[in-house]
Design a protein around this ligand. Structure first.
Ligand code: BT5
Length: 312
């Protein structure tokens, strides 16, 4: 959000402030204050004005300015009602040299999963992509995907949903006990990056979290199936704040990932680009490798599709 506009909001959130006082406080003209107030009203903010001055009455449920207001993390928000894919848009921004932007859309018409799979993204879901330029070698970039998975899981758990992580980065809600096939996919993460040999140039972390489960494929679930209501604005804010705190703290990422993991301790089959590995998942290691105990010993898997098997 534009800096002065944010300052106007902050000022009127604390009670009525007169136009002239606001203008003086922010060092702008009264006409400029009025313009910012009108722009904020257009963005959906409820702003009362009476003899005492301007007062913030209500914040829109969702949207760029709504997410930016009260966000305690250094991301700019670019909001769209509809987009083919927030990842595609974030990549465009990366090509323009931008950084620390979260692209958020209410609906995606061409949402993408990994390996060219599709991602169903109806209106009302949480679809966002975070663009950043971390000071990391490309081989360590997976830690950011894990950080996003932890941030999304902790935010979902705070919202009252029993989200757990399936390696490397799916969020599942476990089924009732005794129903191993009852796990449902709540969210997915798609990370894309560009880099030189020794340094990441940019990374885009796309996070899709289902809210309603209307129109989703079999095996999927949404937050609303597990909790009474969802404040998407608050959800995105908390998610971005957590991701920001975690992106510079790899130790905590791995620890928190383990704590929320559904995969550790399970029999798994992992398909890598070249191999199929079956065994018990025993740990995850920096920057995100799964350690699998197989009949031929311990194997560290860096990337692949993981399936949880029924215990032998
Ligand atoms: C993922 O891929 O799980 C990564 C999904 C990332 C989506 C976000 S939304 C914001 C950003 N913009 C994008 O365009 N993408 C990112 P993968 O592990 O390949 O899982 C894809 C598979 O999940 C599909 O083949 C379906 O079987 C299933 N699927 C599709 N839509 C789903 C949904 N909404 N919920 C649960 N499962 C879904």
């Amino acid at each position: 959000m534009q800096e002065t506009r944010r300052e106007v909001l902050d000022a009127i959130a604390d009670g009525p402030v007169s136009g002239p006082d606001l203008a003086e406080q922010l060092g702008v003209s009264r006409a400029a204050v009025w313009k910012h107030v009108e722009a904020l009203r257009e963005a959906g903010f409820g702003i009362e004005s009476d003899d005492a001055g301007y007062r913030l009455d209500s914040v829109p449920a969702y949207g760029g300015e709504a997410i930016a207001f009260g966000l305690d993390a250094p991301f700019e928000i670019e909001y769209h009602e509809g987009l083919p894919s927030t990842n595609a848009r974030a990549r465009e921004l990366a090509a323009e040299g931008a950084t620390d932007i979260a692209v958020v859309a209410d609906e995606q018409t061409g949402g993408r999963g990994r390996l060219d799979r599709g991602w169903v993204s109806p209106p009302g879901g949480i679809w966002l992509s975070v663009l950043c330029r971390p000071d990391l070698p490309p081989a360590h970039a997976p830690i950011l995907t894990l950080a996003a998975a932890v941030a999304a899981t902790e935010t979902a758990r705070e919202a009252g949903v029993d989200a757990r992580i399936k390696w490397p980065n799916d969020l599942l809600v476990p089924g009732e006990s005794g129903d191993e096939n009852g796990d449902r996919k709540l969210a997915g993460i798609l990370t894309e990056m560009e880099g030189e040999a020794d340094r990441v140039s940019w990374v885009v972390i796309g996070i899709g979290i289902n809210v309603s489960d209307d129109g989703l494929p079999t095996g999927a679930t949404g937050l609303l199936a597990h909790t009474g209501s969802v404040d998407r604005r608050r959800f995105v804010q908390r998610l971005l704040e957590r991701f920001d705190a975690l992106r510079n703290d790899p130790e905590r990422v791995i620890g928190a990932w383990r704590e929320h993991a559904l995969t550790i301790g399970q029999r798994v089959r992992v398909e890598t680009p070249t191999d199929e590995i079956v065994g018990e998942a025993v740990d995850v290691e920096f920057p995100g490798s799964l350690v699998v105990e197989t009949d031929d010993g311990r194997i560290r898997v860096h990337a692949g599709d993981c399936e949880h098997l029924r215990p032998a």
